[in-house]
Design a protein around this ligand. Structure first.
Ligand code: C5P
Length: 223
């Protein structure tokens, strides 16, 4: 039997991470945060002092970086060149640069290959979250979700996660999300897009539990 693959895509802050982890935990599946892999690659590229606007230099640096992801939904891990980067990849410098690094085709080729290897290693199934899972990484996934939410709701959630809910921070977060979405949606190689056969779920007015319940219901039906 092929592995049960659940693909969760959508723009920044649409609730993918919490949902993917909740669904994987509930169904006893592995979990892969592909955004963390792009962030880890970005961290390593910045560490090497590379200008992220220089695609050739990014591609050359990325070829040397070793990214490893742990797939336990209760305690996911991420390393770059053996360094635990779970904290640093959430810093603003990485967030500001990640979309530039992610649009370099050589970066995507390497990380998509790793993601497919991870799928193959988890015969019991895996939940992957990202931007191109349903369209590129796992186009045969039996269940694909595309999560969306109002910009205001996405920014408020992100700011709350960061423990900073004052209006100016929420506004800056909204601008940062929109900037990343614009770059992610307009790049040539595997842009953020809804797969034709993905189910779109608007999480604006739903609690996390409601979203997880709905995805689990769809998963049980799909496999
Ligand atoms: O999911 P997260 O917001 O952490 O992703 C960070 C960035 O990584 C995205 O804005 C996007 O540029 C990139 N990304 C991507 N493809 C994926 C996952 C993330 O290009 N599958």
């Amino acid at each position: 039997m092929p592995p049960v693959v659940i693909a969760l895509d959508g723009p920044s802050g649409s609730g993918k991470s919490s949902t993917a982890r909740g669904v994987a935990s509930r169904l006893g599946l592995a979990y892969l945060d592909t955004g963390a892999m792009y962030r880890a690659m970005t961290w390593a590229v910045l560490e090497r002092g590379v200008d992220v606007e220089d695609a050739d230099a990014v591609a050359a640096a990325a070829a040397e970086v070793v990214i490893e992801s742990g797939t336990d939904p209760q305690a996911p891990t991420i390393t770059a060149d053996g360094v635990d980067v779970a904290g640093p990849i959430r810093e603003q410098a990485v967030t500001d640069a990640v979309s530039q690094v992610s649009r370099v085709p050589a970066v995507r080729e390497r990380l998509v290959a790793l993601q497919r290897l991870t799928i193959a290693e988890h015969a019991d199934g895996i939940v992957l979250e990202g931007r191109d899972i349903g369209t590129v990484v796992a186009p045969d996934a039996p269940l694909k979700l595309y999560l969306v939410a109002d910009t205001a709701a996405r920014a408020a959630r992100r700011a709350a996660e960061q423990g900073q809910d004052e209006a100016a921070h929420v506004e800056a977060t909204a601008a940062s999300l929109q900037r990343r979405d614009a770059i992610d949606s307009s790049r040539t190689t595997s842009p953020l897009a809804k797969a034709d056969d993905a189910v779109e779920l608007d999480t604006t007015h739903l609690t996390l539990d409601e979203v997880v319940d709905e995805v689990v219901r769809l998963a049980v039906k799909a496999v």
